[in-house]
Write a protein that binds this ligand. Structure first.
Ligand SMILES: Cc1ncc(COP(=O)(O)O)c(C=O)c1O
Length: 366
């Protein structure tokens, strides 16, 4: 028996996405412009599904290559002012720290305590100088889930923006940006969305789009295509930027990726995020119970609303890295970020996989 418990590292591309991409790869792309029009609609379909997933308008969605690129759109697109502060979180994944560091802003850190973050620390970090709070919905190593509603309430009280790295939650935890008023969000699709590597989703709330300096390439402008389709007299440079987030997509894109992403998003919406979350909660609870009774220490509380698909733990006697490597060599796919062993099951994980993994842990207690 083996177990795949590394959805926080990389999701397994869903078979439906594989089939759709295979067809595009074999039947469409080798024919160049003669056939590619068949798969151009995939991006529109993916955009509608992504908007459905986040509960926003399609105008507020852009596709990006990964989480980092999406977060950079915000960091590089805002008009930073002298004295601006950005609230960041200690031990957050570097993709959600470096983009802000590259600008002339002061970083104010929320400390990590017991693998998680306390709202009183977030409140203490926010001041009238706070321009933006850069938060990850779920910590990549400990699995601690941040209460985004509470963060938004604290940030918006002083007029600060909230930008969310959702790569460790989108596809497994419900998140409606209609209910939870985050301003920006980015998530690569290669983890919990089980989509193609090199695809990701970016959300910008509509009211920010006019002020966000997004790269427009050549295709991010009204009527950009007219010079190619409408004949003479339509070649001009003085075009207006598209009012939608899609202007950040710029030029030619990963058409094959969009075929796969549309398919995986369709499957997620058919199964439904609430059902996915319920099953993942059940599996992670089983993992936590089993790991605790084997004497392992869970890195963050997973008993309350801070649970996520990630369980990070340490073994009572073994170093995390060699221990995780031994598990992987035995067929139990886990990872070992930041000194922890990390297990991350998804909706499609079999209970037998979880039980086999727990037996493997128990056998290695010495
Ligand atoms: C919280 C978080 N942000 C970002 C990333 C990766 O970003 P990208 O999609 O740009 O590779 C990871 C990867 O592990 C992550 O856990």
């Amino acid at each position: 028996m083996t177990a795949y418990l590394d959805y926080a590292g990389m999701g397994k591309l869903r078979p439906r996405a594989v089939a759709a991409m295979q067809e595009a790869l074999v039947d469409v792309l080798p024919h160049g412009s003669a056939e590619v029009g068949r798969i151009f609609p995939a991006r529109r379909r993916a955009r509608a599904l992504a908007a459905g997933l986040l509960d926003c308008s399609t105008d507020e969605i852009a596709f990006v290559t990964n989480t980092s690129t999406g977060l950079h759109l915000v960091a590089d697109g805002l008009d930073w002012r002298a004295g601006d502060e950005v609230v960041v979180f200690d031990r957050d994944f570097p993709a959600n720290v470096h983009p802000w560091r590259m600008h002339d802003v002061r970083l104010v850190w929320v400390p990590m305590r017991d693998g998680g973050y306390r709202m009183e620390d977030v409140e203490a970090a926010i001041s009238p100088a706070t321009r933006l709070v850069a938060v990850s919905h779920v910590n990549f190593a400990t699995g601690f889930r941040v209460d985004l509603d509470a963060v938004c309430a604290l940030a918006h009280r002083v007029g600060a923006l909230v930008s969310v790295d959702a790569v460790q939650s989108l596809g497994v935890l419900p998140l409606s940006v209609a209910d939870t008023p985050v301003d920006f969000l980015a998530a690569g699709a290669h983890k919990w969305l089980c989509g193609p590597v090199g695809t990701g989703i970016f959300f910008s709330r509509r009211e920010h789009l006019p002020h966000l300096r997004l790269p427009g390439g050549w295709f991010g402008f009204e009527g950009a295509n007219d010079m190619l389709t409408k004949g003479a007299g339509h070649f001009r440079y003085d075009l207006s930027p598209l009012p939608t987030a899609a202007r950040a997509e710029g030029g030619m894109y990963n058409v094959l990726g969009m075929v796969g992403l549309a398919e995986t998003l369709a499957e997620l919406s058919e199964v439904g995020i609430p059902a996915i979350a319920e099953r993942v909660r059940h599996l992670t609870q089983r993992l936590c119970d089993g790991l605790r009774s084997a004497g392992c220490a869970i890195s963050a509380s997973t008993g309350g609303d801070d649970w996520s698909g990630i369980v990070g733990f340490t073994h009572p006697t073994r170093e995390s890295v060699p221990f995780a490597q031994e598990l992987v060599a035995a067929g139990y796919h886990v990872s070992h970020p930041d000194g922890l062993v990390r297990v991350a099951p998804h909706h499609w994980t079999d209970e037998a996989e979880v039980d086999a993994f727990l037996r493997a842990i128990t056998l290695r207690i010495r």
